[in-house]
Design a protein around this ligand. Structure first.
Ligand code: SF4
Length: 373
């Protein structure tokens, strides 16, 4: 088990007892060490032929100042937090950058990825483990929170680093199920007949090569009590080339009903390429839903939320959840208060057909499910 431990001026997860959630961070407890989000098994080694999506993955923008220069926003450079970027590096695919508005410092896509000095603020109640992941671990890489479901941390890698991510401090190096070739996670699932749905999460599970995913699902298929598979992924939105023929063939061959929950927060994230990726997913017989996070300065208006639902629906994707922000350290500047959130949601429900209105929820550590607001 892992503990959060303040040592040598920084917070660390450390093996032993459990679960230590600091009530709040102290200034000298901001983690200083960069986290590693690119295990070797995600993209093909250079010696192998990389597929198109893997090439795009490698070409991602990683330098905040390069990103600002691409957008003609060099004047924003003094707002960049090198401290935040050292801990949780900027990473954004160039195709996603192309959807940002040149010269607009308030672009809703830019705001999701740019490490700003706002992240250095210490705000009471914003923790490293915002949703109680550590207390819910059930074996290497498995998290058990809700009845019948087990979440499998398939990898720590993501194609994009979202500044509001509730797992931005997660100790992936110690908690990724792939570390031991899935053995411990598979053994724990096999031993628990109460689990009938596995949720592949991360990081982003589609960061794994399709051959790796197939190895995992081959092992899962030998567990008779599993009835459903869910995949939580942002890759088909931010790097739609990931939904290639090999991935579709893998999905189509799975023996369970499969739900893919993508993650888009703003209508501007949708492009013709994303539409094609959604069509490919649906052609594999997959149910595709979208979940979003309510984010100040990104989608905290009725117009933005309505446009998001309508744009997704045009691509055959229904809205699932609109999450209140998980209060993770470094993300306080994204928070929308509950009163405003409820008012936005009510206005959305008054404007759109019911099936276009996502459920407004918050994840509360220890609850048996997402809590409706
Ligand atoms: S893609 Fe998902 S897991 Fe990865 S940084 Fe963004 S929100 Fe977090």
């Amino acid at each position: 088990m892992l503990l959060l431990k303040a040592a040598r001026g920084r917070l660390e997860w450390e093996g032993s007892g459990i679960p230590a959630r600091p009530a709040q961070l102290k200034p000298d407890m901001i983690p200083a060490a960069p986290i590693r989000l690119q295990p070797e098994d995600t993209v093909a080694p250079l010696a192998q032929a990389a597929s198109r999506w893997q090439q795009h993955w490698r070409e991602a923008v990683r330098d905040p100042r390069e990103l600002l220069a691409m957008l003609g926003l060099e004047a924003l450079a003094p707002r960049i937090s090198d401290q935040a970027a050292a801990h949780f590096p900027l990473r954004v695919p160039r195709g996603f950058v192309a959807r940002m508005r040149h010269g607009d410092p308030h672009d809703p896509l830019l705001r999701q990825v740019l490490p700003l000095d706002d992240e250095e603020r210490i705000v009471p109640g914003f923790d490293l483990d915002a949703v109680g992941d550590m207390a819910a671990r059930a074996g290497d890489g498995l998290i058990r929170k809700y009845n019948g479901r087990a979440l499998l941390i398939a990898t720590g890698s993501c194609a994009i680093h979202c500044r509001y991510c509730f797992r931005r401090h997660f100790p992936y190096a110690a908690e990724t199920a792939a570390r031991d070739g899935w053995q411990n996670a598979i053994a724990a699932l096999r031993a628990d007949p109460g689990v009938d749905e596995v949720i592949l999460s991360g990081g982003d599970p589609l960061a794994l090569a399709t051959s790796k995913l197939a190895q995992l699902t081959d092992a899962l298929q030998r567990i008779a009590h599993l009835k459903r598979l869910r995949v939580h992924t942002r890759l088909p939105i931010v790097l739609p080339e990931r939904v290639d023929a090999e991935l579709v063939a893998w999905l189509r061959a799975l023996p369970w009903p499969v739900t893919v929950v993508v993650h888009a927060n703003h209508a501007n994230e949708w492009t013709a390429e994303v539409d094609a990726a959604m069509a490919s997913l649906r052609s594999a017989g997959v149910l595709v839903l979208n979940q979003a996070v309510l984010l100040r300065g990104v989608n905290d208006s009725v117009d933005a939320l309505a446009a998001l639902s309508e744009r997704g629906h045009a691509a055959g994707v229904l809205p699932y959840y609109l999450h209140q922000l998980d209060r993770v350290a470094g993300s306080a500047h994204f928070e929308v208060d509950d009163t405003t959130a409820r008012a936005l949601h009510a206005a959305l429900a008054a404007r759109l057909s019911g099936y276009l209105v996502p459920r407004l929820v918050r994840e509360v550590a220890g609850d048996p499910g997402k809590r409706p607001l």
